[in-house]
Design a binder for this molecule. Structure first.
Ligand SMILES: Cc1cc2nc3c(=O)[nH]c(=O)nc-3n(C[C@H](O)[C@H](O)[C@H](O)COP(=O)(O)O)c2cc1C
Length: 193
């Protein structure tokens, strides 16, 4: 990974193998790559962690996978996050990962060091008509309260069971361009030395 390139971390709030959100975030990741960033695509399934528990944290600190994920967050300038909507909210897997990685893990560490100052684009896809938009509004609020810049252009893909091609792209070329655009805009909104 090049030192002077913008680094983007892309991930889905669903760990499901055939996840629509894994497909969606891959499209945005291509857009970010096209705009010149180094993109790291991860699967939260590779970072299993217990539910946040203050007693567990008090006893043994952050779980190993939370520390690994937190380190990854810190090493990237921005994130692309695709989260499913479950009962009108974003996923518990995503919330749990955010909660653990929001905790300080060493003396003198600045609060929210894995989030503060990052630039993020969010997106969703759902078999329903709203495409998971309600969960995105919640996610946007939460991230903004963590000192993250959430780009205004978020996208929710409705009727998503029929929206993707075999190759993982979106059938609707305008929508495909819009999701790629989220990746491009994220990169273009980040300025490093
Ligand atoms: C527990 C549960 C609750 C759901 N609630 C909603 C919902 O409120 N709105 C919606 O649009 N879809 C809802 N869905 C459908 C999900 O959007 C759909 O399963 C989606 O494909 C999940 O994302 P994935 O394909 O990336 O795993 C729900 C699914 C589950 C399992």
């Amino acid at each position: 990974m090049s030192e002077n390139k913008i680094k983007i971390l892309a991930f889905s709030g669903s760990t499901r193998e055939e996840s629509l959100h894994k497909k969606l975030v891959k499209i945005a990741a291509k857009g970010a790559q096209g705009a010149g960033a180094d993109v790291t695509l991860i699967d939260l399934r590779d970072y299993p962690m217990p539910f946040y528990d203050g007693d567990l944290e008090g006893k043994s600190g952050l779980p190993e996978n939370a520390l690994k994920l937190k380190q990854l967050f810190k090493e990237h300038h921005g994130f692309l996050i695709a989260s499913p909507e479950y009962n009108s909210g974003y996923s518990a897997v995503l919330k749990n990962a955010i909660d653990w990685t929001s905790r300080t893990s060493s003396d003198g560490e600045a609060p929210l060091s894995a989030f503060s100052g990052k630039t993020v684009s969010i997106m969703a896809a759902s078999p329903g008509a709203l495409g998971g938009l309600r969960g995105l509004y919640q996610l946007r609020d939460l991230l903004m309260n963590m000192n993250v810049t959430v780009l205004p252009t978020m996208r929710a893909v409705g009727q998503a069971m029929e929206a993707f091609n075999e190759d993982g792209g979106l059938k609707d070329s305008d929508l495909q361009a819009a999701i790629k655009g989220l990746g491009e805009q994220t990169v273009n909104s980040i300025h490093i030395n």
